[in-house]
Ligand binder design. Structure first.
Ligand code: PEP
Length: 251
C-alpha cells in the first residue's frame, strides 16, 4: 500500500513572517505522518526557519529547486548539500515553470535527481504535457520520455523512493483540472513506463502525484484513483484551512 503524499508548492509567495504563521496554524493539526506525508514546499528564504519550527511535528519541508553541483562558482544557486545541511527533506525538480521560464531540461532534471539522492533528499520530479501536445495526442509519449530521462541511471531503490508529479501544464494555476479518470490514465501510463525500465517492484512502490488546480473540492476524487498517490498543489496550499483539508483527504 503506497502512502499518499500531499505537497503544497508555495511558489514565490509568502514573506518569512507569513510562512511562520502558516506553520504555527497547521503543525498541530495535520494527520500523523504514518497516515499521510504532509509537505510544505517553501521559498528558500523561509526554509531554515520552517525546518526548525516543524521539528518533532508531522509537517515536512521541501525546496522548490536546487543546483546539481555541490559547491562552486554558480552565483545565485543553492546546492543539495546546503538544503540537507539545514534539514530540508524534499526537493521539487523540473516544475513546468522552471522548464518554461528558467531553462530547465530533462538533462538537468536527471542530474538534480541523482544529486538529491546523493545527499539524502527525496526528489519530487515534475512531468506533464502542454495544451498543444495534448491536442496532438502526444501526452503519453511526452510524459513517458520525461520520466525515463529524469530517472535514467538511478538504482531500483532510488526509483522506488522517487515521487513523480504528473502535472499537465494546461491545468496549472488555470482552474482547469484533468478529470480524475484522465489523470489516473496518465499516472497509470507513467507507472507502466517505470515498470518497463526499472521493473515491477519499482513501479509498484513509486508514488505518483497529480497536480493542476487541485483543491479541497476535487482532491478526494483524485486521490481515490488507483494510480494517484498524492497531490502537488499550488494555489490551494497557500491558506492553512485549505492545506489542512487537502492533507486530511490523503489519510
Ligand atoms: C503547482 O504549482 O505545481 C500547481 C499544480 O499549481 P496549482 O495547484 O495552482 O494549479
Amino acid at each position: 500500500m503506497r502512502k499518499q503524499v500531499i505537497a503544497g508548492n508555495w511558489k514565490m509567495n509568502k514573506l518569512l513572517g507569513e510562512s511562520e504563521q502558516f506553520i504555527d496554524e497547521v503543525k498541530g493539526q495535520v494527520p500523523s505522518a504514518d497516515q499521510v506525508e504532509s509537505v510544505v514546499v517553501a521559498p528558500f528564504t523561509a526554509l531554515h526557519s520552517l525546518v526548525q519550527k516543524t521539528k518533532g511535528t508531522d509537517v515536512k519541508i521541501g525546496a522548490q529547486n536546487m543546483h546539481f553541483e555541490e559547491s562552486g562558482a554558480f552565483t545565485g544557486e543553492v546546492s543539495p548539500e546546503m538544503l540537507k545541511d539545514i534539514g530540508v527533506e524534499y526537493v521539487v525538480l523540473g516544475h513546468s515553470e522552471r522548464r518554461e521560464l528558467f531553462g530547465e531540461t530533462d538533462e538537468t532534471v536527471n542530474k538534480k535527481t541523482h544529486a538529491a539522492f546523493k545527499h539524502g533528499l527525496t526528489p519530487i520530479v515534475c512531468v506533464g504535457e502542454s495544451d498543444e501536445q495534448r491536442e496532438n495526442n502526444e501526452t503519453f509519449t511526452v510524459v513517458e520520455n520525461q520520466v525515463k530521462n529524469a530517472l535514467e541511471g538511478l538504482t531500483t531503490d532510488q526509483v522506488k523512493a522517487t515521487i513523480i508529479a504528473y502535472e499537465p501544464i494546461w491545468a496549472i494555476g488555470t482552474g482547469k483540472t484533468a478529470t480524475a479518470a484522465d489523470a489516473n490514465e496518465v499516472c497509470a501510463h507513467v507507472r507502466q513506463a517505470v515498470k518497463e525500465f526499472a521493473g515491477e517492484e519499482a513501479a509498484e512502490a513509486v508514488r505518483i502525484q497529480y497536480g493542476g488546480s487541485v483543491k479541497p473540492a476535487n482532491v478526494e476524487e483524485l486521490l481515490g484513483q488507483s494510480d494517484i498517490d498524492g497531490a502537488l498543489v499550488g494555489g490551494a496550499s497557500l491558506q492553512p484551512e485549505s492545506f489542512l483539508a487537502l492533507v486530511e483527504a490523503g489519510k
